[in-house]
Design a protein around this ligand. Structure first.
Ligand SMILES: [Zn+2]
Length: 407
């Protein structure tokens, strides 16, 4: 008999099969045999019963080496030999679908409001992927993911997806990440690039969303998304990392209330231009003259603080007034722009070291940046686009979702 695993996970699909009657299922070894997975595939290794067996139950089947049955919200698994009763107990975990995974979040927030929210994430690079995963963990119910890129080996040191996802469209890989953390989430994806030619499709995504995360890596696309969000009256959070990720800025745009991205670009052109160039593609786009531009990527540890602030602002925007834990934070994060410095470089080379206990600005702290709307802003000074209704093509993407709705 092969070595039996020290722990077994049993999926909801396998338990559903057993609920209809005793099921003979396959056991897939993982982690060099430390873990066995019972996912509902037919086989002879495991006998799953619909209910606990009686005290005189004996195995009358020569195949299975494990027998299990539902117990409370979980599952109980024992070793078993032909003709014998359940023997030594084996550690087991039931992988329940959907709501069980997010119940803990609901407990923290005191509401399931996040489940009713739709977030569009435009751009799934290092920052966008981190934010998406955080919002999935926080229980956001619907995601609209848009990115035209495929994951490359050079991305994985900064991305939520690893080498196993190289070659995949980032939207598909991130869909799996969302569902791994929040199985009840609905995810619609698009592999379009945000540019003038795709404006109608991006507008449809924006119109469907309660909040837009703009995590694209160039000014042109950010200005397009800015205009679409203003027209559709949808709040937007965008963030940027400075050169070599020595710091970054996060902006929250609430149409008609806070300065928009165009206001920011007009008011603080140097900050707006001080963008990290994270890939050869971005470098090529910047070097439209004969100027040599090299990629200057930062470390993930320098990007995550910026992305984490964006995720936090997203939750504040979505849940203020619905989840008490965000009410005071909303007052703290009222500034339209927040700045973070990772290292004392460039414009911030003269800051005093953090350890000196100074009162002035230091690294590794957030600072609110005050900025007013510009009355002559080309984007929020006057509406440019007509607001559209919910788009039937986006609705169709959700309708095509093959998974059954989970309860
Ligand atoms: Zn503006």
């Amino acid at each position: 008999m092969p070595e039996l695993p020290r722990h077994v996970t049993v999926t909801a699909a396998a338990l559903a099969l057993a609920a209809r009657g005793p099921a003979r299922l396959a056991l897939t070894p993982r982690d060099l045999g430390d873990l066995g997975v019972v996912d509902g595939a037919p086989g002879t290794d495991v006998l799953l019963l619909p209910a606990p067996p009686g005290f005189d139950w004996r195995l009358d089947d020569p195949g299975p080496s494990l027998v299990g049955w539902p117990e409370g919200d979980g599952v109980r698994v024992h070793r078993v030999a032909p003709g014998g009763p359940p023997g030594e107990r084996v550690g087991a975990t039931a992988l329940l679908a959907g709501s069980a995974a997010s119940a803990r979040v609901q407990g923290v927030l005191g509401t399931d409001a996040a489940a009713r929210k739709t977030v569009a994430v435009l751009g799934l690079g290092s920052g966008g992927s981190f934010i998406t995963r955080e919002l999935a963990k926080a229980g956001v119910g619907r995601f609209l993911l848009l990115d035209h890129d495929r994951l490359e080996p050079g991305n994985v040191s900064r991305h939520e997806c690893g080498l196993g996802d190289v070659g995949r469209l980032k939207v598909n890989a991130m869909r799996d990440v969302v569902l791994a953390h929040h199985p009840a989430a609905r995810v619609a994806t698009s592999d379009l690039r945000v540019e003038g030619g795709t404006l109608d499709a991006v507008r449809a995504f924006v119109a469907e969303a309660d909040l837009v995360i703009c995590a694209t890596d160039n000014r042109e696309s950010r200005l397009l998304v800015n205009g679409l969000c203003l027209a559709a009256d949808v709040p937007m959070i965008l963030g940027g990392v400075h050169r070599r990720a020595y710091g970054g800025l996060v902006q929250r745009v609430i149409p008609g209330l806070t300065p928009c991205y165009q206001c920011f670009v007009q008011a603080l052109p140097e900050s707006a231009a001080d963008n990290e160039i994270s890939s050869a593609t971005s470098a090529a786009r910047v070097s439209y003259t004969d100027r040599e531009v090299a990629p200057q990527p930062g470390l993930s540890t320098d990007i995550v603080p910026i992305a984490l602030m964006m995720a936090k602002l997203a939750l504040v925007e979505l849940l203020t007034g619905e989840a008490e834990v965000f009410d005071s934070l909303a007052a703290d994060l009222a500034a339209p722009i927040h700045q973070w410095i990772n290292r004392r470089e460039f414009a911030h080379a003269g800051l005093a070291p953090l350890g000196n206990g100074v009162d002035g600005q230091t690294v590794l702290r957030w600072y609110g940046v005050l900025l007013n709307r510009l009355p002559d802003c080309a984007a929020c000074g006057k509406p440019q686009w007509q607001e559209g209704d919910a788009d039937p093509e986006v609705e169709a993407l959700f309708a095509a979702d093959p998974r059954p709705p989970s309860g």
